[in-house]
Design a protein around this ligand. Sequence first.
Ligand SMILES: Cc1ncc(C[n+]2csc(CCOP(=O)(O)OP(=O)(O)O)c2C)c(N)n1
Ligand SMILES: [Mg+2]
Length: 578
Amino acid sequence: MPATVQSIDVNKAEQDLTDGFHLVIDALKLNGIDTIYGVPGIPITDLGRMAQAEGIRVISFRHEQNAGNAAAIAGYLTKKPGVCLTVSAPGFLNGLTALANATTNCFPMILISGSSEREIVDLQQGDYEEMDQLAIARPLCKAAFRVLHAADIGIGVARAIRAAVSGRPGGVYLDLPAKLFGQVMDADAGAKSLVKVIDPAPAQIPAPAAVKRALDVLKSAKRPLIVLGKGAAYAQADDDIRALVEKSGAPFLPMSMGKGLLPDTHPQCAGAARSTVLKDSDVVMLIGARLNWLLSHGKGKAWGEPHSKKFIQIDIEPKEMDSNVEIAAPVVGDIGSCVSALLEGMGSKWPAPPADWIGAVNSKKEENIAKMAPRLMNNKSPMDYHGALGALRTIIKERPDAILVNEGANTLDLARGIIDMYKPRKRLDVGTWGVMGIGMGFAIAAAIETGKPVLAVEGDSAFGFSGMEVETICRYKLPVCVVVFNNDGIYRGTDVNPTGGPDAATTVFVKGSRYDKMIEAFGGVGVNATTPDELKRAVNEAMDSGKPTLINAVIDPAAGSESGRIGNLNPQSVLRKK
Ligand SMILES: Cc1ncc(C[n+]2csc(CCOP(=O)(O)OP(=O)(O)O)c2C)c(N)n1
Ligand SMILES: [Mg+2]
């Protein structure tokens, strides 16, 4: 046979075949996954290349943990699972922290990792990057699957998507052994094996009796309080949530990432009277907020007299009820369906809460706001947290569409209290675990998924966990402005080595560091800001230009406190000499 005829036959045969690489890509595309966050390497380098060639946006990071955090927050912002793609063993493990964090925070995410040869891994014969990844991932996520045959890729991807977004969202692990990618099968049969997931997160309608019980409890309240968690923000039921809060007339308290569901400047916002409303309320309605450590488990000193209040809890997860205290009125269902049912049940003549309660909350609020105001206007150099955050607060007020990413200790706790948010899902932070390292991953995904400018307010320690990704920000030309609150260390930059020896104290960094120089290495804009005025000018310029920018904000090393607002969680020993 002449050579030309033979090659035509091969081409024709290839046209009729597909392989594991293409089936994975086709399955993701079929289900509307348009972005992958990851780090290339064996065995998934070509998968990333081909995905890019097929029109998926593939964002390559410098470390898988940051790619994983990006995927997780993309899931939170879009209600579609964010996908992170990694290599085997070490790459997988690097991504796993983000997967576990996503599960803890109820962010829908799929970690897809390539893995080594099953036959060798299972006999522990020492393969390249050998690891039983499926077994390791399983306890750290909602579901974990492995696909061994190309014909099962469609089902595998479908299961992963459904597990990630249905019910309470979370992380899912999908293990794809190297051999799978090269498997070929008939193209038609391959196309037919793909599954388009219909209604991946079905509505879960609350029982009418549960809705009525909740409204009866709420109506009986003399001092009602509504707590809005990030579950409420995730639901994207913004109009109904606002209507429910306003109709109830109750003060509301936003959890950190619930801020902006209603503006922090809303007359019913009790953020500035947090301790008063927690202590003195008699009925508390939790909407997508869990009674975990962030709410002192619903009991103890912060919550006033023991058994002095009744809880109504709205959550998609039935097991959440009674997790820490008795829930008088559990309402189980998706937040959107629950809130709309409650709203309907309230009718048009819902009574306003007693005026003395509203008056008491308002006067506490005004007192606290007035106390804070002058501190936010100081123009000290070096800056203290209040002066610097006062400047950033004005910026977000003037640019309410911008997304604020925030991590650190003092930098986190004080920014949360000081920077008012005006719109839902604009504040992204350390979440349930208080984890450091989410900063650049969150900032990158926020910019990619929303196209809005991002302001990342970072403690100098917090920034270090993901700081190398400033190169990624520059490479993709993202409108991200990073402000590093540089106080020379963790909590404070003033500690000294108790031995008097040459090593630095455990919490301090190189004094007078210039983080702004880092981004200049990659063509970004670096600024050193020593006063709130300079800081404000530099951030405004960055937000106007959309150019990747890093501002080194020089903060007084003595200004912070140990562990920010949660110093009480540090274990103490009676033997410890202070
Ligand atoms: C992954 C992880 N490692 C360590 C910690 C402990 N930790 C909590 S806050 C923090 C850094 C605080 O310093 P910085 O970011 O500089 O904020 P500052 O209080 O100085 O403003 C660290 C290391 C953590 N929360 N998460
Ligand atoms: Mg610091």
